[in-house]
Design a binder for this molecule. Structure first.
Ligand code: ACM
Length: 385
């Protein structure tokens, strides 16, 4: 018999523009909780998720985070995808001393003592991606993104990286989050006029598959001018169809194709629980490992007290599907394994470059220009050509 449960909050959108990816983060969170409970829970107590659907809407995220902490006594919250939603939740976790576990890549330049950041940041994705693209495709880049904070900031950082590495930005445009095909067409016309070597996309959510489909229908060729992204994962490729995604590139610390025993187990369990056609991805992997890492900490401390959990989390090492990761005690972000993947004709990301060890997070890009970790990336390009 279980004693009373450990209540935790879960805030991922089942509806709204980013629900395709957030549903996978939700699934991975539930899978981890189910695995922990199947092993007897933590100190004989079950982890009980308190779940709301914030509808991809920052104001709803804010209200529901407050409700979780105040009404439901759930001070530990797993959630958020868009940076606008994380920025809406931070004042709540800071005011009421909660702890948000955020499993999504983002633009960096942030620190809150009430957040544990388990997704990748520019020194773990953009810097590797820029170097890879410059070496493989050329130096003319066209930046396109969704109209909110993450794409603006991510593109600003990408510009800085290009400026210091010989790249050029030949165009930059933003789409509404709920963009229609009609919004995309003039951007493609502009891209064809400006003739970049690479389109760097920070489009998120439902507009992603519309953008890639419009590119595909226009007969544009990924071998000559790929779309390179940090946000187009297996979830978005499944939504657009693999013939549309084939040949395009994403930088992330995890792809479903990662060859580790921990990942084989994760992928098998995920498909067993949610269906063989469902794919894992980097955001789902972070959502999964952060719950297991939290449970590991909870076993050690035996309390949900925010200050005690935070202190015990910092420095914790965990065997995640992507490899061994660690929460950096210096800045609350995570040591991760940068990789570049290219979509093959089955819709799978083939890993074309990766680092041989995890890379320390540098959220303020203190080391921009002198980061030795870039030299640790191995390229497998010839095997896939
Ligand atoms: C994001 O908004 N951090 C993808």
């Amino acid at each position: 018999m279980f004693k009373s449960s450990w209540k935790v909050g879960v805030l991922f959108s089942k509806t709204g523009v980013t629900s395709v990816i957030e549903k996978t983060q939700f699934n991975a969170t539930l899978l981890a909780i189910r695995e922990i409970n199947a092993q007897g829970g933590v100190h004989g107590r079950r982890i009980e998720p308190i779940v709301y659907d914030p509808n991809s809407n920052p104001e709803k995220f804010r209200q529901l985070a407050k409700r979780l902490i105040i009404n439901d006594s759930a001070n530990i919250i797993f959630g958020c995808y868009m940076s606008s939603t994380r920025k809406a939740v931070i004042p709540i976790v800071e005011d009421y001393n909660g702890l948000l576990w955020y499993p999504t890549l983002y633009e960096g330049f942030e620190y809150s003592k009430n957040v544990i950041y388990t997704g990748s940041i520019p020194n773990q994705n953009s810097m590797f991606l820029a170097r890879y693209l410059l070496s493989q495709y050329g130096n003319r880049f066209y930046l396109v993104g969704s109209n909110y904070i993450y794409p603006y900031e991510s593109n600003r950082i990408f510009r800085d990286i290009l400026a210091s590495t010989g790249g050029k930005v030949v165009g930059e445009k933003y789409l509404p989050l709920d963009a229609s095909y009609e919004c995309i067409d003039p951007i493609l016309v502009d891209i064809l006029e400006k003739r970049p070597n690479v389109i760097f996309s920070t489009i998120v959510g439902s507009a992603t598959s519309k953008f890639y489909k419009s590119y595909w229908r226009a007969g544009m060729q990924p071998r000559q001018m790929p779309i390179a992204s940090l946000t187009t994962s297996e979830a978005e490729v499944t939504a657009m169809g693999h013939e549309v995604g084939a040949g395009h590139i994403t930088a992330a610390p995890y792809f479903e194709t990662v060859n580790t025993p921990a990942n084989h187990q994760f992928v098998k369990s995920y498909k067993a629980m949610f269906g063989a056609s469902q794919c894992t991805n980097a955001c789902a992997e972070a959502a999964y490992f952060q719950v297991h890492l939290f449970a590991h900490v909870l076993r050690r401390v035996g309390t949900l007290d925010t200050d005690i959990v935070r202190t015990a989390t910092l420095g914790t090492i965990f065997d995640a599907p992507e490899g061994t990761i660690q929460i950096d005690p210096d800045n609350h972000h995570t040591y991760l394994w940068p990789k570049i993947g290219r979509v093959d004709d089955q819709g799978k990301f083939q890993i074309v470059a990766e680092t041989d060890s995890p890379v320390k997070p540098d959220p303020y890009l203190v080391d921009l220009g002198s980061d030795k970790s870039l030299n640790r990336m191995k390229y497998y390009e010839s095997e896939f050509n």
